[in-house]
Design a protein around this ligand. Structure first.
Ligand SMILES: O=P(O)(O)OC[C@H]1O[C@H](O)[C@H](O)[C@@H](O)[C@@H]1O
Length: 553
């Protein structure tokens, strides 16, 4: 571990941390109204561009001094050093002693990225070619099921990183998908998930993609086993039918073979790809089948573009760096506990759920890279749903609640091309809401403005909007595969930046283990009534009640 955990001054003992604290106190109640009044060009100058993304950060509670101090903080915590170590393939995932190389998944074919002295880029491209051949066969009907019928349905079985990315991307890129194919995702061990996914499908035309990095995840193995029984039952066939209806995406060939999937039908990836960073590895096969290899390449190009930007852009222009530092600023100096991501595109309905794993599983940590406890805030609760729906539900709290909730607003200038004209015309209304919300959040409405409307005095307070709620606006021309790749990479590197500043390992996830172990112990209690005495009284009583209800008492 030695190479990745040099002794370093704790974050809260860095001189620049104290400076930031002092600066925060000096800012006091400075309002965004004041900051905008003091600088007529703030809206233009506090903005950056990366690829197709225009990023307005003017509605943040920051001044030039804040930004300079935050950049100093990035230097003092050596964000760039860790970033370069990541891109070089060093084992920066210290607790698992692994390289972190999702960036190699989208590296150009002639790039050289070494892990333990081996260039991994040729392997990446070999798998991409294999995926591409397979995706084409499914799309053009030459891959047929056991009975000779072409595949019309694809069901991805996976969970966490083996589900959220592909499920999100297939939804986001729906207009780019082959509409003749039904692509569904099953993740939950609740049998209802698989039931609903297959109940109207014909097994003869259905391909299951079993996606699991480890191939030991109980939910996925359980659902895949049930799916296999379903196929064989429906087709009245034996094991020989499995080869035509099941493929696997995994790092674990042995377990794949054990399950009964021919490893010729396995698409490989590697331990240096974290689950939540894996959608552009073999895990993206369902995306590639849905949108085709060319559009998948555009998606990768979008990732690549932001990788290059993060790696090379100077700090003043580095968008993921800036967004990461802003999150640190709010978490530690404004006590912000959560971060909202509010996309103004219906196609991005699963985007925030995807970011929840990316951000919260990466940065939901409370020990530093050397195991010492952190004495500062780490990752926020990430949440949000597409606008305008949220406006009619929880935005009340954003506007008038007591909490500091920085929010990202993501919108697109153009509606998707396939909308008929009347629906496309609705886009201006969508985007008017998009712009109005960040304006309202920033500037609010003063009691004087409320009074001037003739509002009776007793209603002035409830109708006042304090404003001063920080937001980032991300605006792009259109939601294309490349833009999706750009957006995801932007958040990946934002999360990276924060983990680097906080000195935590953003690439492990030990916090999910305990629940898995306990579930294994509790299952026999529920089924056989054995072992209940080892449980705490609450869990034991709940288990008894469950058994009673199920008639097992
Ligand atoms: O891809 P798998 O090995 O099946 O893992 C699926 C998921 O489950 C784990 O418990 C982890 O918390 C996730 O990071 C991972 O993405």
């Amino acid at each position: 571990m030695a190479e990745a955990t040099p002794a370093r001054t704790p974050l809260d003992r860095l001189p620049v941390w104290a400076e930031l604290g002092k600066h925060r106190a000096e800012l006091g109640d400075t309002h965004l109204r004041d900051l905008f009044a003091a600088d007529a060009k703030r809206g233009e100058t506090y903005a950056l561009t990366v690829g197709d993304l225009y990023v307005d950060y003017s509605k943040h509670l920051v001044t030039d001094r804040t930004l300079a101090l935050l950049r100093e903080l990035a230097v003092a915590t050596d964000v760039a050093g860790l970033r370069d170590a990541m891109f070089r393939g060093e084992k920066i995932n210290v607790t698992e002693h692994r390289a972190v190389l999702h960036t190699a998944l989208r590296a150009p074919a002639d790039a050289v990225v070494e892990v333990d002295g081996e260039n991994v880029v040729p392997k990446v491209h070999a798998v991409l070619r294999k995926m591409s051949d397979f995706a084409e066969q499914v799309r053009n009907g030459s891959w047929t099921g056991h009975t000779g019928r072409r595949i019309r349905n694809v069901v991805n079985i996976g969970i966490g990183g083996s589900d959220l990315g592909p499920a999100m991307a297939v939804e986001v890129l729906r207009p780019y998908t082959d509409r003749g194919l039904t692509v569904r995702f099953v993740s939950n061990v609740d049998g209802a998930d698989l039931h609903e996914a297959v109940r109207d499908l014909d097994a003869a035309e259905t391909l299951f993609i079993v996606a699991s990095k480890t191939f030991t995840t109980i939910e996925t193995v359980t659902n895949a086993t049930s799916a296999r029984s379903w196929v064989l039952r429906q087709l009245g066939a034996g094991q020989e039918a499995v080869a035509k209806h099941f493929v696997a995406l995994s790092t674990n060939a042995e377990k794949v073979a054990e399950f009964g999937i021919d490893t010729a039908n396995m698409f490989e990836f590697w331990d240096w790809v974290g689950g939540r960073y894996s959608m552009d590895s073999a895990i993206g096969l369902s995306i590639m089948i849905a949108i085709g290899p060319e559009a998948f390449e555009e998606l990768l190009a979008g990732f690549r573009l932001v990788d290059e930007h993060f790696r090379t852009a100077p700090a003043e222009q580095n968008v993921p760096l800036l967004l990461g530092l802003l999150g640190v600023w709010y978490g530690s100096f404004f006590d912000a506990q959560s971060h909202a991501v509010l996309p103004y595109s219906h196609y991005l309905s699963k985007f925030t759920a995807y970011l929840q794993q990316l951000d919260m599983e990466s940065n939901g940590k409370s020990v530093q890279r050397d195991g010492k406890p952190v004495d500062w805030q780490t990752g926020p609760v990430v949440w949000g749903t597409p606008g305008t729906n949220g406006q009619h539900a929880y935005y009340q709290l954003l506007h008038q609640g007591t909490k500091v909730i920085p929010a990202d607003f993501i919108g697109f200038a153009e509606p998707v091309a396939e909308l008929e004209s009347e629906l496309a015309a609705q886009h201006d209304l969508l985007m008017a809401n998009f712009f109005a919300q960040t304006q309202a959040l920033a500037f609010g409405k003063t009691p004087e403005e409320v009074r001037a409307e003739g509002v009776p005095e007793e209603l002035v307070a409830p109708k006042t909007f304090k404003g001063n709620h920080p937001t980032t606006t991300i605006l792009a021309r259109a939601l294309t595969p490349s833009v999706l790749g750009q957006l995801i990479a932007l958040y990946e590197h934002k999360v990276f930046t924060q983990g680097a500043v906080w000195n935590i390992d953003s690439f492990d996830q030990w916090g999910v283990e305990l629940g898995k172990v306990l579930a294994k112990k509790i299952e026999p209690v529920l089924v056989e009534g054995k072992g209940g005495e080892s449980l705490d009284s609450s869990t034991a009583t709940l288990a008894d009640r469950y058994r009673d209800i199920r008639g097992r008492g």
